[in-house]
Design a protein around this ligand. Structure first.
Ligand SMILES: [Ca+2]
Ligand SMILES: [Ca+2]
Length: 396
């Protein structure tokens, strides 16, 4: 006799309402289902909620596992859908959110089900996975001022579009604390430059876990100990004749909306003292409406005792999708972002050491791509002085 028939016969004495943990199945055949949670690099199964749905009756059983990875349920025969949701601690001591689903027809006395947990701690937008700003030295010990890049990663489980992303460098430094008036850090990020990914909205799809590289110059820098950035998605434009940079015609150029440098250049300090923000230009805005609406005039008392006035631009905090501060242990004075955007700082120092700042990997997405840590605290989220991820070129 199957589960449905048993329910029909004994319907006078039992109920199968979905909030009733007792299936009321004295007359049905029973099974012991043992669910075992599995997953890579999990040290502790901190707290996982299991929900077992009998799909014909709609009956639901719930159980919360704490510091346990297996549990046995006594269940009537039936067709079950099992979901798990919770929190685990990885072997790297990171607390991450996980989930799993499984399906099982139960018609024998003993059934075992292994549920592989998948990390589901997604962001809701792009993240700055890495900024290579520190630079490299050439074989004869010279500072090489190219081969820098931003690596922007889709840390969500949806396709995102890179169109209209803004990459900005900070106006201020983490290593110089001036008392500026007005101080607007709670509302906006004061910038020294900003460049915008071209596109009308849906021209540059990025799959979950995939990334784009925005390189200073999309060429092979290997001869100078830099990286092969030929396959970058975008590059900084440069018209500075003394830099001798070659525009790669196969790689679209970023649109420079604003820079304080000559020749429309974007410059990343090698010395771990700037902040970087990733924002998105809202629909209906253009580079010129952005500039028209986001001037920032500020003043401070300079070292000679006079007042310095400066007129620059800012990006509203509400446009920012991710940001990080960089600094140096002996020189850190302040963060440049609202703490809700980034409460810490990371470092690749000294300059030209060939090292980078990279986000910690929490684990893998279901498609096998890395899932990165983002708690809006770059001290905790980034690994200082990492090996650049593009050391061996851009491998997708
Ligand atoms: Ca180009
Ligand atoms: Ca963030």
């Amino acid at each position: 006799m199957g589960f449905l028939a048993a329910v029909a016969i004994s319907s006078v004495s039992i109920s199968c309402s979905s909030d009733n943990d007792d299936f009321g199945t004295e007359v049905a055949q029973k099974s012991v289902l043992t669910i075992t949670l599995t997953g890579n690099n999990i040290a502790t199964y901190k707290k996982v909620d299991l929900e077992i749905l009998e799909t014909n009756s709609g009956a639901i059983i719930k159980k919360t596992l704490e510091n346990a990875s297996a549990y046995s349920f006594e269940l009537p025969f039936g067709s079950y859908k099992i979901t798990a949701n919770g929190t685990v601690i990885t072997t790297e001591n990171e607390e991450v959110q996980v989930g799993a689903t499984g399906q099982k027809d139960i018609n024998t006395a003993v059934v075992n089900l292994s549920l592989p947990l998948i990390i589901k701690q997604f962001n809701n937008d792009f993240i700055i996975e890495e900024v290579f700003f520190a630079g490299v030295k050439t074989n004869d010990g010279k500072n090489y001022n190219n081969s820098r890049y931003f690596k922007i990663t889709n840390n969500t489980n949806d396709v995102l579009y890179a169109d209209r992303l803004m990459i900005a460098t900070s106006e201020f430094f983490t290593t110089v604390a001036r008392s500026v008036t007005p101080n607007i850090v709670d509302q906006a990020f004061p910038i020294s430059a900003v460049m915008i990914v071209p596109g009308s909205g849906k021209e540059h799809p990025v799959q979950p876990g995939s990334f784009i590289v925005v390189a200073d110059n999309a060429i092979n820098h290997a001869a100078s100990n830099g990286f092969d950035l030929t396959k970058a998605d975008f590059e900084f434009p440069s018209t500075n004749p003394t830099l001798g940079q070659v525009d790669n015609p196969g790689v679209p150029n970023m649109e420079i909306a604003y820079t304080q440098m000559t020749y429309n250049m974007i410059f990343l300090y090698t010395t771990s003292q700037q902040g970087y923000a990733l924002a998105r230009l809202p629909e209906g805005q253009t580079a010129s409406t952005f500039l028209a609406e986001n001037k920032y005039d500020y003043s401070y008392t300079n070292s000679a005792g006079g007042v310095t006035n400066k007129s620059i631009y800012k990006i509203p905090n509400s446009w920012i999708v991710d940001a990080l501060n960089t600094s140096r242990d002996n020189d850190f004075l302040q963060i440049l972002t609202a703490p809700s955007i980034d409460a810490g700082w990371t470092s690749a120092s000294p300059g030209y050491n060939g090292k980078t700042v990279r986000r910690k990997v929490l684990g893998l997405m279901s498609n096998g791509k890395n899932l990165y840590k983002d708690t809006n605290n770059s001290t905790a989220d980034f690994v200082r002085n990492s090996e650049p991820s593009l050391k061996n070129g851009i491998v997708r």
